[in-house]
Design a protein around this ligand. Structure first.
Ligand code: ADP
Ligand code: ADP
Length: 222
């Protein structure tokens, strides 16, 4: 099982890069933010609980998040491997993932950090539009869709997330950057951390991530 963890602050470009990496590897993307937004949209009990945290720009508690992730990881399409986007975000989540993978006789193959400075993150998030069908991200300046308001990849409508407002963006940064640094240290300690400069154009970042995967010995499809 090829498990690749994509790490970065909110707005670093994880959601942009994850589908490109998934295509290279031939495995699905699991994005916990997308799983939570689907649960909110469907009005499930987990969605109602998670929404309180998401609207405040806070992390959803580990207990809920780990359960959601492990259920998704157990589905048959994840058997050969996955790209994890937005998980783990705390040291506790990283430890829970290690334990779950150890039970299957495997481990995280690579943790790829997309590194972007804070002022650029705010610019990226405040101009972000994402599609209703699959959460594909666009940016009104740096990465506009071919037709205004429509996803290039699946034709669905684009919208701005309620948590991409300036006040919530600041709250997310304040809340999440400390936890992110703990997750980075977790993977540095286990020797699988690889860092890419996320300020480069999308294609250049994608190629750099592909090169890091190859260097980590994670098999790249085709
Ligand atoms: P994350 O999933 O890490 O929060 P996204 O992939 O949604 O980040 O990207 C945040 C915003 O930045 C989006 O509007 C996206 O179009 C834009 N973006 C992503 N990568 C780049 C890049 N390399 N250069 C410029 N803008 C980018
Ligand atoms: P971003 O674009 O900020 O990286 P995501 O779409 O990944 O955002 O996540 C949106 C929200 O969902 C987060 O602000 C948080 O409330 C919640 N969330 C997503 N993944 C996790 C996680 N691994 N742990 C806790 N909360 C999470």
């Amino acid at each position: 099982m090829n498990v690749v963890v994509l790490l970065g602050a909110p707005g670093a470009g994880k959601g942009t890069q994850a589908p490109l990496l998934a295509a290279r590897l031939g495995v699905p993307v699991i994005a916990t933010g997308d799983l939570f937004r689907a649960a909110v949209r469907d009005g499930t009990p987990l969605g109602v609980e998670a929404r309180r945290y998401m609207d405040a720009g806070q992390l959803v508690p580990d207990e809920i998040t780990v359960k959601l992730l492990l259920e998704r990881l157990a589905r048959p399409d994840a058997a050969a491997g996955v790209i994890l986007d937005g998980f783990p975000r705390t040291a506790g989540q990283a430890e829970a993932l290690d334990a779950a993978l150890a039970e299957r006789g495997t481990r995280v193959g690579a943790a790829l950090l997309v590194d972007v400075p804070a002022d650029e993150l705010v610019r990226r998030l405040s101009g972000r539009w994402i599609c209703r069908a699959a959460g594909h991200p666009y940016h009104e300046v740096s990465s506009p869709p071919r037709a205004a308001g429509v996803c290039d990849l699946d034709g669905s409508e684009l919208y701005q997330r309620t948590d991409d407002q300036p006040a919530t963006i600041r709250a997310r940064m304040d809340q999440q950057l400390g936890a992110l640094s703990q997750v980075i240290e977790h993977y540095r300690a286990s020797g699988v951390l690889r860092t890419v400069d996320g300020l480069q154009p999308i294609e250049v970042v994608s190629n750099a991530l592909g090169a890091e995967l190859a260097a980590a010995g994670v098999v790249v499809a085709g």
